[in-house]
Design a protein around this ligand. Structure first.
Ligand code: TRP
Length: 458
């Protein structure tokens, strides 16, 4: 196996071709990273965990853990040029270790399935808000009636399940028939979402409570943050960056050899983080201007943004566009969450792409029922972390993604030879040394300590 490694690597081509340009890769990874995580999850989690300290810790994790992990994932993906399970197996052998590394790939694929099961339910809420926006249901409403609108919607299991089903069907159709058209559309839709966020931002700047929002987000009060909060911030950093579950590895498999992994990582992390911050800066001033509770939970975004739209002149129009764009952002992320499982099934069973996509979509849909019911019929049914939704979220974001991240960095920094990694990361300079330090020592140790603290072992 250890014959001329370089010849092997250069001859190795992805079965699905390569990205047409560096920008295409960055757009694709950013498209997967930017989603409900930035606009729905980040604000509500920051709100639940007291703001400032949580945001600060989140940012530290994005840079100190997120960047080295993302670089590791891309470099592993590009070297293996296969699906995550096959790549881990191949590189495990090639680097003289064991093919058992494929289990990291297996965990990654499972994490995607589990995450999508609840992601789809929330994406369903987003879709369901499109007709509400079109029919002007937010117009002129106050905080109370906007809250009521949401509570009424979500307390009806049928409407929530209907929206979840619709989202999974759209997902299935696109995954089964190829993503080309969607990718083209996303190139216009993503900038559109950003533009609309800026419009909302301009509004929140003038809402009178802008500085309260800024203070809440950026003044760290470490008493408001316990180790569970730190673990949540770490899980959220992995979640918004789409790392720890092989997705970025799969994208890296199509990256041309000459593209700089470091530059690509910096661009993606910068874009993803700015959008999360922007969403926070839109939402928290509104929370304070309207006397709402920042710790409201998963419904925070759905109870604040419609409020602004309701007060704007062209609110009905903007609200419609906003929820359409957010649905698209959720859709591109959902495709990224589902693709690893589908790719694996196509490659390892006798089922074709359509059959595989249908099977996986059905499993995800079924699992998602638990989350859909967590907000109504089964809201009283709690164990361990709380509702079914809270448990699936905790298991995936706070346990599986950080574990995936640890194994990825350990593999890249300890198992792979310096020759291999420095070849992918262009040499032995400062960037390489920093990556190596963070990936070798900092990330695994930090993640381990946070785990142990959160479960109360140290
Ligand atoms: N990053 C996505 C978001 O913020 C969610 C996500 C997590 C994801 N892991 C992923 C998307 C893998 C695509 C692929 O909404």
């Amino acid at each position: 196996m250890q014959t001329n490694e370089n010849t092997n690597r250069e001859a190795r081509q992805s079965l699905h071709g390569n990205w047409s340009s560096r920008l295409a890769f960055i757009m694709a990874v950013t498209g997967s990273a930017v989603g409900l995580g930035n606009i729905w999850k980040f604000p509500y989690m920051a709100g639940q965990n007291g703001g400032g300290a949580f945001v600060l810790v989140y940012l530290l994790f994005v840079f100190l853990i997120g960047m080295p992990v993302m670089m590791s994932e891309i470099l592993i993906g590009r070297r293996g040029r296969r699906n995550p399970i096959a790549t881990m197996k191949l590189l495990g052998q090639e680097e003289g270790d064991s093919e058992r590394w494929k289990w990291v790939g297996v965990m990654a694929v499972s994490a995607g399935v589990l995450i999508l099961s609840y992601y789809s339910v929330i994406a369903g809420w987003t879709i369901a808000y499109v007709p509400k926006a079109i029919f002007g249901e937010f117009a002129g409403s106050d905080a109370q009636s906007i809250s009521l609108l949401f509570d009424n919607f979500v307390s009806n299991p049928y409407s929530v399940i209907f929206a979840h089903t619709l989202f999974m069907i759209i997902n299935f159709i696109i995954i089964a028939s190829g993503v080309k058209g969607l990718e083209k559309a996303v190139k216009f839709l993503m900038p559109g979402l950003l533009l609309l966020l800026f419009v909302l931002f301009a509004y929140s700047l003038t809402s009178g409570s802008f500085m309260d929002g800024v203070r809440f987000m950026f003044t760290p009060d470490f008493n408001a943050l316990n180790w569970d909060g730190v673990l949540t911030a770490m899980g959220l950093a992995c979640f918004t960056l789409s790392i720890g579950m092989g997705a970025i590895m799969a994208y890296g498999a199509y990256l041309p050899q000459e593209t700089s992994i470091t530059n690509a990582t910096v661009s993606v992390v910068f874009a993803d983080t700015s959008i999360a911050m922007l969403a926070g800066l839109v939402i928290f001033p509104l929370v304070f201007a309207n006397g709402l509770n920042p710790g409201e939970g998963p419904d925070l975004v759905f109870k604040t943004l419609p409020l602004v739209f309701g007060q704007m002149q062209v609110g009905t129009f903007l609200a419609t566009i906003f929820f359409v764009l957010l649905s698209f952002a959720a859709l591109t992320s959902a495709l990224g969450l589902m693709e690893p499982a589908v790719a694996w099934m196509v490659e390892s069973t006798q089922y074709n792409r359509k059959q595989s996509a249908a099977t996986i979509a059905f499993i995800i849909w079924f699992l998602g029922l638990g989350t859909a019911l967590s907000f109504n019929s089964l809201s009283e049914f709690t164990f361990l972390q709380g509702t079914i939704y809270e448990n699936v979220d905790f298991l995936t974001s706070n346990i599986m993604l950080p574990l995936g991240a640890v194994f990825t960095t350990i593999f890249a920094a300890w198992i792979m030879s310096q020759n291999s990694t420095s070849e992918e990361l262009d040499g032995h300079g400062f960037v390489y040394k920093s990556w190596q330090f963070l990936a070798k020592y900092f990330s695994p140790i930090a993640i381990l300590i946070i785990f142990l603290q959160a479960i109360g072992w140290i």
